[in-house]
Design a binder for this molecule. Sequence first.
Ligand SMILES: [Zn+2]
Length: 383
Amino acid sequence: MNRRTFLQAASVGLATSPVTPVVGYASQPGAQDRSAGNGVGTQSQPNAESPKQILLKDYRPKSIYKVPVTEVAKAKFPIIDMHSHPYAKTPEQIAEWVRNMDEVGVEKTVILTMAVGNEFDTIYPKYAKYPDRFEIWCGFDFTGYDNPGFGPAAVRELERCHQAGARGVGELHDKGKGMQSGKQKTMDMHPDDPRMDALWAKCGELKMPVSLHVADPIWMYQPMDKTNDGLMNAYHWRLDNQPNIVDLSGLVDRLENTVTKHRQTTFVACHFANLDYDLTRLGGLFERNPNLYADISARYAETAPIPRFVSQFYAQYSDRLVYGTDMGFDKKMYRITFRVLETMDEHFYETEQFGYHWSLSGFGLPDASLKQVYRENAAKILA
Ligand SMILES: [Zn+2]
C-alpha cells in the first residue's frame, strides 16, 4: 500500500493528483464539474426535469457512495500494449505518444496498421524511429480474392511487408460479411475459407502472430428495444438489421476452425473474441487451442460490470490474456484501464470514455496475473 496515500473525504475530489496514485473516500472525481452544466442540460437546477422526460442518452448518474477512489497514474508493472493503431500522424504526435507511454508505464505498443503496399510503407518509417517502443504490423492484400488465382500474390506481399519490418499481421476483421483488412473488404470469405490457408500458414512460417477480430458485442445483434442491455452503444453499431451475415456464434466457430487448422500460427483474438458476455465459452476455446490468446482491449466497460466473475476468469486464464487499448493514446484513457484492472474500486462511471450508462468496478488483479497480462504473455508472443 505504500504507493497510495489515504486522504480525507472532504479534500478528495480535487486532491486526486494526476501523477500520484492516491486513494480517497469520496464520490467520483469530477462529479463537481458536471453540476456546472457542461453538456447535461439543466442538471444544475434541481427538479427541472422529471424522470419521465430524461432520455437514456442524457442519463449521467453520479455515484453517491463514500467508497475508495483510486487513481493509478502509472501501471504497477511495465506494459506491452498489443492492440493499438497509427493514431498519431505527425512526428510531434508520435513523440507525444512516447512521452505518454513513459509517464503511464507502457514500454511498447503494437501498431496494427491493417495496411499493405504503399500505405504500409508510409506508416512504417514514422513509428520505426522508435524501434524499442513500437512494433508495426501489416495487413493482408485481398486484391483479386474472388478470382481463381488468388493466393500467391497475397503471400508475396506478406513476405515483402515482413522483409520491410512487419512483425505480425492485423488487425484483421470479420464482422459477419467476410474478411477485411483495413479498407480492403471481401464478401463471404471468412477466416476458415480455404482461400485463407496459404496466408495463415505463411504467418506461422514467418513467426508473425495474427491479431484477428471476429464479430462484435452481442447486443449489436439483438433487438434494439428496451430489453437491450447495451442499447446506447449497440444502436450506433447495430448488426441486427443485416440479415445475411454470419452471427457471433458462427464467427466464433469459424475462428476456432481456423486456429485448429493452423497450429503453427499464433492467433490473438481481439476484444476477448467478443465473448466478454460468455467467458465460459472463451475458456473452452483456450482449453482446446494452445495457439490462441485474446486481447482485452476496448472491453473494460463490458467486463467491469461483473468484476467477480471476470476476476475468476483472469485467475484461470492469465496466461492467455494480453493487455490492449484500441482507444487512442491519451494518459487518462490508459489510467482508466489501470483502475479497472488493478484496483478494488466500486461503482464508478466512465461514461465519456465508454458511452455506457452503467457503473464499473475494479478487478483488483493479483501481481502475478497483472505481470502476465501486462507484459509476459505478449513478450512470449512477440519473441
Ligand atoms: Zn482495433
